[in-house]
Ligand binder design. Structure first.
Ligand SMILES: [Zn+2]
Length: 102
């Protein structure tokens, strides 16, 4: 069971920081560093990285699934994992970044 309230709270905080131009000031590499650090901390609170990065992950260039910086995100997922999911035979998606788990 994930801490959904905590995850969505962090998502709202990120949206607020974006609206206030914090990420523009920090510029992309330091923004990604900060957000990944927040996600690292959120693990101690059983938060869900997919929920934290919902919508905003794509704008910040962070894959919600593997947390890699990427400029090629589709529905928040980087090219590497999109490709993996599209293979019909693998059939299994790890629940690491699943937005619907818990
Ligand atoms: Zn990825």
């Amino acid at each position: 069971m994930s801490n959904h309230s905590g995850s969505y709270m962090l998502n709202e905080v990120l949206l607020l920081m974006e609206q206030r131009g914090v990420f523009t000031l920090l510029e992309l590499p330091r923004t990604q560093e900060l957000v990944l650090e927040m996600i690292r901390i959120s693990k101690s609170y059983d938060c869900n990285q997919g929920e934290i990065l919902d919508e905003i992950g794509e704008r910040l260039g962070i894959c919600y699934y593997c947390l890699s910086p990427s400029t090629d995100l589709d529905n928040g997922v980087c090219e590497r994992y999109r490709t993996e999911w599209e293979k019909p035979s693998t059939g299994r998606i790890s629940d690491t970044g699943d937005r619907n788990n818990g």
